[in-house]
Design a protein around this ligand. Structure first.
Ligand SMILES: [Zn+2]
Length: 265
């Protein structure tokens, strides 16, 4: 499942089309990724509209066009954005193709857990403006994070870090990375952190988000070997700090890796 940095990587793949008009739209309108949309308006408004800008927030993307057109894209489990030459043979999983004069912008999704949302209007769509603030923005404060952890005081930290209504864009590997770096066991209760521990989580969320955006979003590279990321699924994977064998269990509903030495219970 793509997390915030992977989503940012795919968002940038459509940058090649910024400033250019859409010449034609091809879509598989019966696919569930389009459910709830007014596709008649989409296919009427998008041709002739110019791609102006885009933005990623957590696991979502927003593409802004002229003619008051907006497209939201969520990649789901297997969705990808890419660009192709203007004329190319459209694959069976290429559910949305925006042809421009120099290239085609493509959204493909074999397993169809992704989502496309179209909006026609002068202002930012409501489904975008109500998303939580980015974790890399100044709105992600220690105080707001503390309040969120207190509202889920008895839940394991691992599960709370995956809650998209606040920790937008954090997925499984990032949550494990954050807890390992903050030296907190993933099943610790969210409401029982000391002030020092909570500050450490807050700082580490920002560090891991910024690092992932710098490394992964750039060219889909893996983070360096000093990150837990590189070891968490290795057979007999070991902590890159002290060489201890990593623990594994399902915590907060997700497969979790941690170091018992760095993250005592
Ligand atoms: Zn360790």
């Amino acid at each position: 499942m793509p997390e915030l940095a992977e989503v940012e990587f795919f968002r940038r793949r459509w940058d090649v089309g910024v400033g250019q008009k859409i010449a034609a739209v091809t879509l598989h309108e019966e696919k569930r990724i389009f459910r709830g949309n007014d596709l008649t308006t989409l296919t009427r408004v998008l041709p002739g509209a110019r791609l102006l800008a885009s933005e990623a927030r957590g696991k979502q993307m927003l593409f802004r066009f002229s003619h008051d057109a907006w497209l939201g894209v969520h990649l789901g489990m297997t969705g990808e954005l890419r660009h192709e030459p203007r004329e190319f043979s459209v694959g069976k999983h290429d559910h949305l193709v925006l042809a421009q004069s120099r290239q085609s912008l493509v959204f493909s999704d074999p397993r169809l857990f992704g989502r496309v949302l179209f909006h026609h209007g002068a202002s930012v769509p409501e489904w975008w403006s109500r998303l939580p603030s980015a974790l890399t923005s100044d709105a992600f404060t220690l105080e707001r994070m503390q309040a969120f952890l207190q509202r889920r005081a008895r839940s394991p930290l691992k599960g709370v870090l995956l809650q998209q209504e606040f920790f937008i864009g954090i997925g499984n590997w990032m949550a494990d990375e954050i807890l390992w770096r903050a030296k907190l066991h993933p099943s610790r209760a969210a409401g029982q952190l000391t002030d020092v521990e909570a500050r450490e989580v807050w700082k580490t969320v920002r560090f891991v988000c910024a690092g992932a955006l710098r490394i992964v979003a750039e060219d889909y590279s893996d983070p360096p070997a000093s990150w837990l990321f590189r070891h968490r699924w290795e057979k007999g994977g070991r902590c890159p700090k002290d060489g201890s064998e990593l623990g594994r269990a399902t915590i907060g509903g997700r497969t979790t890796a941690w170091c018992a030495k760095c993250q005592p219970r």
